[in-house]
Design a protein around this ligand. Sequence first.
Ligand code: AKG
Ligand code: FE2
Length: 307
Amino acid sequence: MFKDSFKYYKSRSQIVDFSQVLDLNKDTPNLKKIDIKSETYFGFHPTHTWEVFEVVARPGLIIIKNPFTNVGQRYWAVRCLQDYSKRPYKRNIDSVKSTADIDDWWQVCNVTGDVELLKKLRWSTLGYHHNWDTKYYSEEHKTEFPEDLQNVTKFLSSVLNFGNYSAEAAIINYYHMDSTLSGHTDHSEPNLNAPLFSFSFGQTAVFLIGGKLKEDSAISMFLRSGDILVMSGDSRLCYHGVPRIINADSRPWESIMHIKDDMPKGYEHILKICKDEKLWTCFGDYLTHSRINMNVRQVLNKDQESL
Ligand SMILES: O=C(O)CCC(=O)C(=O)O
Ligand SMILES: [Fe+2]
């Protein structure tokens, strides 16, 4: 059962055996290779070099083994920490009295060196804001959806042959080494046919995915920095969660190669941070102790203009 596996991997009071966790670094019959179109896009290695798999036990669950250039990883980490964590996006810290007034969390953390505050940000929502109590989206609770995140998911959707994609809601999850995310399904979107794109950066997650029912058994997999998980088809409504964050076995964000980056216009200031070791340091330090997950969804159905 999902619950039992979750408890097992979460446990700190016993030695946990990770040998059954699906590992993209190992050749395994549990993964089926998928061929994709040949394209290029900012922040990624050319798609003909990508390793894309479907998880045999979970049809529709696709995983792209870190397709990012190291600069690409830095880019999204900077966006999540410096920009997607800011007002007017909605954050968990908004509803806590002591932190509710903080507009620019990242700047305050860096100016004050407040490590406690750094750990307080657990999520932020972009576009349609997920109401965690009612589990509904509404037109009244919506902010602009970032264009770069919109475009990167359009690109991925096209490369993977899912067709047109319109990213309209995202949850950015910020995890520390002791954070977990309990089992849930993502079913609030009127459009449940469109895939969900999940990007991982920083430390490694043990990701658990069961079936459509809580009682179904779960499989586990490592999500490392740069890996992209796509929940589509039959896996879109499966129970899933993160019982554990473990230390990364490599840190691809640490060094950058000077390859030409085909940067979309308007984001040059982000690229400047990625390429300047001094400016990058505080972001790199964060990733050394944390994991960031960008979880992107299409909310509306094809011909629907609003909720
Ligand atoms: O952090 C992850 O890998 C999963 C996050 C997730 O399931 C969610 O935000 O709904
Ligand atoms: Fe989820």
